[in-house]
Write a protein that binds this ligand. Structure first.
Ligand code: T5A
Length: 213
């Protein structure tokens, strides 16, 4: 059986990942592909329970290290139970956030050491890394304004603007380091313009892959 593909969506709060990942899933399903749509933290019952702890503003005493370990634990379960089996079965796995979010939020936002973040990433993913990542880029103030418009902010959204600016800068640094994997898409454009840029990138990648298969 041909191996599937693992595609992640990343970006700051309110950049439009959830909107865009659903549109891409519809597009790929319409062209007959098996698609698994999932998210982090979450994607399995245990990881969704960890998500509830991580995002609950009541847990404002959670230390940066405890936060990092919880994201890693949720990821280890998600990779083991959902991502790796689905890719092995030939599906296109679309995941809303993955390891780049840890580097951006816990590394950039919380300033935890890069060597610890990399070591934990390697343990949690056991080598399962995205084939392609769409980075929806937007000024932090604009993303937070979108989140605010939607209602109550969760524990991470409630961090100050400077935190979210560091997160955005960290995402852009990852994209500059790995341009082959990470495609930056301007998330300030309309939903349809962003969707068409995302489709163009993914269709080109799938087309090139099928030519060499
Ligand atoms: N986190 C996560 C870490 O700190 N470390 C980690 O390792 C991981 C995996 C997850 C939180 O955990 C953190 C990051 C996060 O803080 P989440 O619910 O996944 O929580 O939070 P977000 O990923 O930020 O999800 P959101 O739903 O808040 O934002 P999305 O998915 O980026 O945006 P979306 O599509 O829901 O859109 C937000 C709003 O903007 C509008 C939408 O209609 C919606 O109202 N919108 C647009 N408006 C104008 N123009 C456009 N182009 C628009 N696109 C969407």
């Amino acid at each position: 059986m041909t191996r599937g593909l693992f595609i992640t969506f990343e970006g700051i709060e309110g950049c439009g990942k959830t909107t865009q990942i659903r549109l891409l899933a519809d597009h790929l399903r319409a062209s007959g592909r098996a698609v698994v749509l999932t998210r982090e933290p979450g994607g399995t019952p245990a990881a969704e329970a960890i998500r509830a702890i991580l995002l609950d503003p009541a847990h404002d005493a959670l230390s940066p290290t405890a936060e990092l370990l919880l994201y890693a634990a949720a990821r280890a379960q998600h990779v083991h139970q959902v991502i790796r089996p689905a890719v092995a079965a030939g599906a296109v796995v679309l995941c809303d956030r993955f390891a780049d979010s840890t580097e951006a939020y816990q590394g950039g936002g919380r300033s935890l050491p890069g060597n610890i973040i990399t070591a934990l990433r390697d343990i949690a993913t056991d080598g399962t890394m995205p084939d392609c990542t769409i980075l929806l880029d937007l000024p932090a103030a604009e993303g937070l304004a979108r989140s605010r418009e939607r209602g109550e902010l969760d524990r991470i959204e409630g961090e100050p603007l400077a935190f979210h600016e560091r997160v955005r800068a960290a995402f852009l640094k990852i994209a500059a380091r790995e341009p082959e994997r990470v495609a930056i898409v301007d998330a300030a454009a309309t939903v349809e313009t962003v969707a068409s840029a995302v489709r163009a990138r993914i269709d080109a990648m799938l087309g090139a892959r099928e030519c060499t298969a």
